[in-house]
Design a protein around this ligand. Structure first.
Ligand code: PDD
Length: 286
């Protein structure tokens, strides 16, 4: 089946969807994005993703071309038209097409480009990896200094992912000044003596929507949460480790640079948080 994708208000077969070669997203990575997960045909944490989209656009002084209701309608149309039960919806807003290449931003009123498409992921919530956990490598964090803005500048995370794959691992944790920032496309956590530890929010990491929900659920379940940075050595000596994102939910990490974390098997805290996250998020999915 040909996917139907959204481009600037139109629903088109993917092979007929076009964006200009002068688009700032293409030439300058001048674009922001969101990834929303879909379970049972419903959107998880939609309001959170929309709030972060607004924050990213504001941080880059980019106009928001659609209202939240219009984004919601487009998400739902894509789910329906592509028959998505479980999967992801990718949304990208770029500063648009100024008609030429220039470092100067295009004049106000230049229409941003909005592109959205679906990725079908049958059984997304039952990923077998959640039972076995991920192996992680560490790699220096060489990204720019505003990782809180969800831009499409993903070359370095992509290189880090490739390095992880080349070394037989599943993902990489990025390390700066001796401390873990986050994963290539997820937030990073360790568990020590029952305490859940994850880096505090700043410009250094993306403010994960899954992170916000998981920390809220953990606190509601009377678990201890500590928002502070941690070293790789601390992570390797932890009882458990895990990552969170819209596409992996809560994913246990069982090895870091070849050192088993805790018993080297998926631990109870990550398992419980995954269950709570999926259960609670399904309840509020729209
Ligand atoms: N990535 N940190 C980074 C660098 C990310 O790219 C992501 C998400 C997260 C987790 O954020 P959230 O919980 O809101 O998904 C943290 C998405 C899934 C991606 O690029 O595909």
């Amino acid at each position: 089946m040909t996917r139907t994708v959204y481009v600037n208000g139109e629903y088109l077969p993917e092979d007929q969807a076009m964006v200009s070669v002068f688009d700032r997203g293409f030439l300058m990575a001048d674009a922001v994005y969101e990834v929303v997960s879909v379970l049972d045909g419903k959107l998880l944490d939609f309001a959170g993703h929309m709030a972060r989209l607004t924050r990213s656009l504001d941080a880059l002084s980019m106009d928001d071309p659609l209202t939240e209701d219009e984004y919601l309608e487009a998400h739902r149309q894509l789910v329906q038209r592509n028959g998505i039960t479980d999967g992801l919806i990718y949304l990208q807003v770029s500063r648009g097409n100024p008609g030429d290449r220039d470092f100067v931003y295009p004049p106000k009123g230049t229409r941003p480009t909005v592109v959205m498409f679906t990725q079908a992921k049958p059984g997304l919530a039952d990923a077998p990896a959640a039972k076995t956990g991920w192996q992680i490598i560490s790699i220096e964090d060489l990204r720019w200094g505003r990782r809180d803005i969800k831009t499409v500048q993903l070359l370095y995370p992509s290189m880090a992912k490739m390095e992880a794959k080349a070394r037989g691992a599943d993902d990489a944790w990025l390390v700066e000044d001796g401390k873990v920032t986050e994963g290539t496309s997820n937030n990073a956590y360790i568990v020590k003596d029952g305490r859940i530890i994850t880096r505090e929010l700043s410009h250094d990491i993306l403010h994960g929507i899954t992170r916000a929900a998981v920390l809220r659920f953990a606190r509601e379940a009377q678990m201890q949460v500590e928002e502070r940075s941690f070293t790789l050595a601390e992570a390797q000596a932890a009882d458990e480790a895990f990552v969170t994102s819209a596409s992996s939910f809560v994913m246990p990490v069982v090895g870091i640079d070849g050192t088993p974390v805790g018993s080297g098997a998926v631990g109870p805290v990550a398992t419980r948080l995954r269950e709570i996250y999926l259960e609670e998020s399904r309840k509020t999915a729209i």
